[in-house]
Design a protein around this ligand. Structure first.
Ligand code: MG
Ligand code: MG
Length: 258
C-alpha cells in the first residue's frame, strides 16, 4: 500500500532530506586520498546527531554503520572500514536520516582526485539518468515512465543498469511502496499522484549489469569488477510536479571550490 503524504508531512520529509545533503556536504573536505572510509562514517554520524537526527541506516536490518560507502566496483551497501581512499577512486556515499519520524535518503558518487575519463563519464551519465527519471515524475504518469527514462539514458550511453536493487517510497519507513526500478516500460506500474514520495536511485555499471554479493552479507559488487556509480534523490509530487527534497547544490558548491 502506498502512503501518500500531506503537505505538512512533505515539509518534515524535506527537513530530513536536507540534513542528509548537508551531511554529504560535511564530508567533502575529508574526501581525499588517505582517508579511511570508517573515518567518514564517524564524521557523518556525529554531524547527523549534532543536528538533531538519527542515522537512518545504522542497525537497519542489522547494517553496522551510518553510511553505505561503496568504492569503485562496489555498487552499493559497502561497509565503512579500514580502506583508505586512493587517487582515482570513485566513492558512492549513501546516507539516511530519521528525524521527526520521517526518513531522508540520498546518495552521491564522488571522484577522488583525477579519475579516468570513462569513469568520469559514467558518473555524469548516472547523474543525468537520475534527472531524466525525475523529469518523468509528474502527476498522471506512471512509475514505468521514470524507469524507462533512466534505463534509456544509461543504455544509450553504453552503460548498463543494475536490476537487483531499485528505488522505493520514502516516509515513516526508509523503504516503502512503491518499488521504483531503474529499468522498465513506459505506461506501466503505479500511477503517480499528488503526495507520492519516492527515492529514485540509478545504479549504473561501466561494464555488464550483473552483480554479486560479497561474503560480508552486504556489499554488492559488479561481477566483472568494473566501476559502478550511484546517485539518489528523494522527491515528492507537489502541485503535480516533482519537488526534489534532497539537495546536490549544497554538495556541489563545495566540490567546485576544491
Ligand atoms: Mg540511499
Ligand atoms: Mg534508497
Amino acid at each position: 500500500m502506498i502512503f501518500y503524504k500531506t503537505k505538512e508531512e512533505i515539509e518534515l520529509l524535506s527537513k530530513s532530506n536536507e540534513l542528509v545533503s548537508l551531511t554529504h556536504a560535511a564530508l567533502v573536505p575529508f574526501l581525499k586520498p588517505g582517508v579511511k572510509t570508517i573515518e567518514l562514517d564517524k564524521i557523518a554520524e556525529q554531524f547527523i546527531r549534532d543536528n538533531g537526527g538519527i542515522p537512518g541506516f545504522l542497525n537497519y536490518n542489522g547494517f553496522p554503520n551510518t553510511l553505505c560507502i561503496s568504492v569503485n566496483e562496489q555498487v552499493v551497501h559497502g561497509i565503512p572500514g579500514k580502506y583508505e581512499l586512493q587517487e582515482g577512486d570513485v566513492v558512492s556515499v549513501d546516507c539516511g536520516v530519521l528525524m521527526n519520524g520521517f526518513y531522508g535518503d540520498s546518495a552521491y558518487t564522488f571522484e577522488i582526485g583525477e579519475v579516468k575519463p570513462e569513469v568520469k563519464k559514467l558518473l555524469q551519465v548516472t547523474k543525468e539518468s537520475l534527472f531524466k527519471g525525475i523529469e518523468m515524475a509528474v502527476k498522471g504518469n506512471r512509475i514505468g515512465d521514470i524507469s524507462y527514462a533512466v534505463q534509456f539514458h544509461a543504455e544509450s550511453n553504453g552503460f548498463s543498469v543494475v536490476r537487483e536493487l531499485i528505488g522505493h517510497g520514502v516516509g515513516r519507513n526508509l523503504h516503502e511502496a512503491p518499488e521504483v526500478p531503474n529499468y522498465g516500460k513506459r505506461g506501466r506500474g503505479p500511477l503517480i499522484q499528488e503526495g507520492l514520495v519516492i527515492a529514485i536511485e540509478p545504479m549504473i555499471n561501466l561494464g555488464r549489469k550483473d552483480v554479486v554479493q560479497k561474503n560480508d552479507g552486504w556489499t554488492i559488487l559488479t561481477r566483472d569488477g568494473k566501476p559502478s556509480a550511484h546517485f539518489e534523490h528523494t522527491i515528492a509530487i507537489v502541485d503535480g510536479k516533482a519537488q526534489i527534497l534532497s539537495n546536490f547544490a549544497v554538495i556541489e558548491s563545495l566540490l567546485n571550490k576544491k
